[in-house]
Design a protein around this ligand. Sequence first.
Ligand SMILES: O=P(O)(O)O[C@@H]1C[C@H](O)[C@@H](CO)O1
Ligand code: HPA
Length: 293
Amino acid sequence: MFPETNKGFSYEDCKATSDWLLAQTDIRPNVGIVCGSGLGGLADMLKDQVVFNYKDIPNFPQSTVHGHAGRLVFGTLKGRPCVCMQGRFHLYEGYPIQKITLPMRIFKMLGVETVILTNAAGGLNQDFKVGDIMVIKDHINMPGFAGNNPLVGPNDERFGVRFPCMSDAYDRELQQLAVDIGQELGYGDFLKEGVYCVLGGPSFETIAECRILHKLGADAVGMSTVHEVIVARHCGMRVVALSLITNLVVMDYDSQEKANHEDVLQASKLRAGQLERLVSTVVTRIEPNNNYI
Ligand SMILES: O=P(O)(O)O[C@@H]1C[C@H](O)[C@@H](CO)O1
Ligand code: HPA
């Protein structure tokens, strides 16, 4: 038997939350967006907003991190119906992993087909600079190596299969679309592609940890996104994810650099506008029938 904490939310719990939301808005989103640290301005792009504070939504956790407002925003982007998490949940906030990923199942039940996730991340790749935008092509689920995966527990086939494939986690066509749009917008100098590694946080990495992550093939390190991606893919939504490189990790014992969250938020402001433009253009190029234009 699975311990109580691994049971997560039932299909019926998720349905109750999505029905509650759908009863209060006419917007029927087919794109869901998740805002990373300091990137909540993405939600402000939506027109005709209907806003819910997380504290008012049945079953929803609360945002506890500075830079994550804690609002679910429905609205339209150039006429496309969207829903946006202005603030996400992280493992280190102390919630069970099934709770931090609950919004993905709610997205699915609201009718979302494509999820666009953003995060702030530390650059491990020696060619990266602060302010680079990395289109995520793959991930390393470090907590998953120790069994901390959001799909642990009984599997409800109404969400997805027991053993979902992750070799196609990041939709290749959407990745290409993001790269193409980045080039068109003139972002070529700071647009990168790479592998994101998630750790549990909240402590930033040691020098030895950064060195090993780099050797393992990670280009950027952070504390989010991967759990959401796993749950989104499990229930059949397509995923594209972008990291904003807000700092370069410390890999050298002679360095005086120290990572801190305020600098992460400050750095995210530098590129927030460009990232918003990239995301909004991706949204407007996804056709309702899921083709790309
Ligand atoms: O929600 P994201 O992944 O953007 O937040 C990052 C990781 C930590 O929560 C925080 C560290 O500054 O920013
Ligand atoms: O250097 C980092 N490490 C982990 N998470 C992060 N989020 C922003 N920067 C970092």
